[in-house]
Ligand binder design. Structure first.
Ligand code: CTP
Length: 405
């Protein structure tokens, strides 16, 4: 049975020559058991008729032409809430920019804003339009927000030019959708604990010791774990990163608070990830009031507990415990040492002085250190990197379950 069975897909067709391929895509989706709600923009109707799309998808076509003002307002909210996925294929440069900029100028634009469903775009356009910095900027914005972009392919374009701009074949889009929905349930029944962000160790009522962590990597991981169907418990320090959807969160401002919650919750979890940049020291006798600066020239520090090391040492059979390593020198050596000393299964090693930076950056390049060796990964957007790490986790758990069966 296809993993698309009973999935509600909103198929948005935007106005390019490749729009005719959306008819075949709609047919394939319906054949695979998906419920398809098609949407045709005004421009797309110059290339395909609502009637053909309606016939192939088995559902009435949403479009601005047939919607009065009231339907525009209510309809997009209702549809936006009920879809499991919004797939835009083909996605024109205009559709990408509308989604990136949040321009609610038509039905599709309002829908992009109203939906909480994941967005997948399969772009198709002239190669110069694709390569234009404006389009590339919009793509980067969409990726940062977690959107998935499939294609375009290189080849002969309808305009007679050659280059990247061809819509992926409908069969290829279908194959990717099936893999996507498989991944969405790959961690069903698995409970994960993840620490993220910095901790703040108070000095007095107004000052603290902390670090540059933005929490973005840990949050992206929490979100990707949840997208894969896992139950996710997130312990995080103070951060301004937007909170991930669908996870249980506990704010644990200091290392000791994070440790207490982690020890309480870890025994119930199958996967434990330490992505937090825990401050290494806290201040002995932190003051309840504000200290005078004259008294701040010497602080008495005490080492904080190593949270992931404690969880690693207490590891139960079947638990997968993953730590991070932030290094500026001897990356692999240090990550390997931390893996052994903290009794971790994997370490995600981060060269924090890499080109483009890590702290607060949208991208990250890691090396995955496991018992059998180190594997250098390319630099990815943090959301994409998180999805890839989660895929590894799911594969690992599935392989173990098969081995034990
Ligand atoms: N970590 C932790 N508790 C601490 C310090 C670190 O749980 N008190 C975890 C981090 O979440 C990360 C891993 O340990 O998963 C490695 O953190 P890192 O800052 O790279 O290294 P440290 O072990 O603190 O060592 P050092 O600062 O000397 O490199």
């Amino acid at each position: 049975m296809s993993t698309l069975q009973h999935q509600h897909i909103l198929l948005a067709v935007t106005g390019g020559i490749a729009a005719y391929k959306a008819l075949e895509l709609a047919r394939l989706l319906v054949q695979a058991g998906a419920k398809v709600t098609p949407l045709l923009t005004k421009a797309a109707q110059k290339f395909v008729t609502p009637l053909s799309l309606q016939t192939l998808s088995g559902s009435a076509v949403l479009s601005d032409l047939f919607a009065d003002a009231e339907e525009l307002e209510i309809g997009h909210i209702r549809i936006a809430r009920s879809a499991d996925l919004v797939l835009t294929a083909p996605a024109t440069a205009q559709a990408l920019s509308r989604a990136a900029l949040g321009l609610a100028t038509d039905y599709l634009g309002t829908l992009y804003l109203a939906t909480r469903a994941p967005l997948i775009f399969a772009p198709a356009m002239n190669q110069a339009m694709w390569l234009h910095p404006a389009t590339q900027d919009h793509l980067a914005t969409l990726k940062q927000r977690g959107a998935i972009i499939w294609g375009p392919e290189e080849g002969n374009l309808a305009c007679g030019e050659e280059g990247p701009g061809r819509l992926l074949a409908p069969a290829e889009i279908l194959r990717r959708l099936e893999a996507y929905f498989t991944a969405r349930s790959s961690l069903k029944g698995i409970r994960c604990l993840i620490t993220a962000g910095p901790t703040q160790e108070p000095i007095d009522a107004v000052r603290y010791i902390s670090n540059h962590s933005s929490g973005k990597m840990g949050y992206a991981l929490a979100e990707a774990l949840s997208e894969a169907g896992a139950e996710v418990i997130l312990l995080h320090g103070p951060t301004s990163a937007p909170p991930p959807e669908g996870v249980t969160r506990y704010l644990t401002p200091s290392a000791l608070e994070m440790l207490a919650q982690a020890k309480r919750l870890a025994p119930r979890c199958q996967v434990i990830i330490g992505a937090a940049a825990v401050a290494d020291f806290s201040v002995k006798n932190a003051a309840a009031g504000k200290l005078k600066k004259i008294n701040l020239t010497h602080l008495e520090l005490r080492p904080n507990p190593d949270i992931i090391a404690e969880l690693g040492q207490a590891k139960q059979k079947g638990q997968l415990v993953i730590g991070f390593a932030a290094e500026t020198e001897r990356l692999i050596e240090e990550a390997t040492r931390k893996r052994k000393e903290k009794n971790l299964d994997w370490v995600v090693a981060n060269q924090v002085n890499q080109v483009g930076g890590v702290f607060g950056a949208e991208e990250n390049q890691i090396t995955l250190v496991q018992a059998h060796g180190a594997e250098e990964w390319p630099r990815f957007n943090k959301k994409e990197l998180a999805r890839r790490l989660v895929k590894r986790i799911a594969n690992h758990i599935q392989a173990k379950q098969k081995g034990e069966a």
